[in-house]
Unconditional design. Structure first.
Length: 83
């Protein structure tokens, strides 16, 4: 954050006037950071990786079920309807 200004002051003095001009500025900086998160970010990353692995296993399992059904149906068909 920064703040600046220009000012002009006038002081009436008998038979003359005192006039001052000047500039002033002010600056500040606010910082916020996490000093200790006790592994929270790493835990969130690990949890995401575990959810991804679980989804991958479920996806692969569904493909295995489909392949098994197709195979067993094919051999059952071949058994009852040989060529």
């Amino acid at each position: 954050m920064a703040f600046g200004q220009y000012f002009k002051n006038s002081f009436p003095i008998p038979k003359s006037a005192l006039i001052t001009h000047g500039y002033s500025s002010f600056g500040s900086l606010d910082l916020a950071w996490t000093l200790f998160d006790f592994g929270r970010r790493e835990a969130l990353v690990d949890a995401g990786e575990q959810r991804l692995s679980a989804a991958n296993f479920a996806f692969n399992r569904k493909h295995q079920e489909i392949a098994y059904r197709v195979t067993t149906s094919f051999f059952a068909y071949q058994r009852f309807y040989p060529r």
